[in-house]
Design a protein around this ligand. Structure first.
Ligand SMILES: N[C@@H](CCC(=O)N[C@@H](CS)C(=O)NCC(=O)O)C(=O)O
Length: 240
């Protein structure tokens, strides 16, 4: 049975899910939704974006009754209907037996890192869209918040091949995905962070991942939706 996923036509929260579906060799298919700017409207004002391609689908009985929490991204696998990107990753990992035999230490390392990565990612994405930190404050945000957070994550990876330790698990997919967005935003964020750099390379060299990244199926950009101050275009242009 084909696994169906749906999301905006960006990497955003689904990039890690795409990586894992490819790594697992799953039969999967994706529905893309687009936000459209209303005529002559200011693109930075979020209310000027018409999201009806998705909200019309979200309003249907199939989505309102079929999902506990209708949202993007979502996953449908037969009778299984899941939203929440981390729950989707964990579902796919269980289905394809990825990282299911963790030691006690590996288990809490994965759980702890998953929550931390969600927090760090939320801050970074909130900067890219400007809804948590004004984009004009990116330099101070990177120096005072993001770089110290990355330094902690770098220390977490010291002596470990993957986030758990030796075992690849769902959290590696969400970690690599947001690290890739950050590297595309500003590669110098990783200066001096040799453990993060080594992890990023190691993960990208897993044969299934390497093949996917090289394929036409892989989306390098956009990382974010079109109203973002960075990452909303395919080319991921820097405007500063
Ligand atoms: N915690 C959720 C966040 C979901 C979310 O914020 N989705 C955004 C895109 S990143 C959205 O546009 N949702 C559509 C909606 O609100 O209907 C997850 O990890 O999946």
């Amino acid at each position: 049975m084909t696994i169906e996923v749906g999301y905006w036509n960006i990497r955003g929260l689904i990039g890690g899910v795409r990586l894992m579906l490819e790594y697992a060799g799953a039969d999967w298919n994706e529905t893309f939704y687009e936000a459209h700017l209303k005529e002559n409207a200011d693109r930075k004002d979020f209310t000027n974006w018409d999201r009806s391609e998705w909200t019309n689908v979200k309003a249907t009985a199939e989505f309102q009754d079929g999902f506990a929490f209708p949202n993007l991204p979502y996953l449908v696998d037969g009778d299984v209907r899941i939203s929440q990107s981390t729950a989707m990753l964990k579902y796919i990992a269980r289905k394809f037996d990825i990282g299911q035999k963790l030691s006690d230490t590996e288990s809490w390392r994965v759980d702890q890192a998953a929550d931390q990565i969600v927090d760090v990612r939320g801050g970074f994405v909130g900067l890219c869209y400007g809804f948590r930190t004004p984009f004009a404050q990116r330099e101070t945000y990177c120096e005072n918040t993001l770089k110290p957070q990355l330094k902690q994550l770098d220390r977490y990876m010291a002596g470990n091949n993957f986030v758990a330790g030796e075992t690849l698990s769902y959290v590696d997919f969400m970690f690599w995905e947001i690290l890739d967005h950050m590297e595309l935003f500003d590669a110098s964020l990783f200066d001096g962070l040799d453990n993060i750099k080594a992890f990023k390379k190691r993960f990208a060299e897993l044969p299934k991942i390497a093949a996917y990244i090289l394929s036409d199926k892989f989306m390098r950009g956009p990382c974010n939706n079109k109203m973002a101050s960075w990452g909303g275009d395919k080319e991921l242009k820097r405007t500063w």
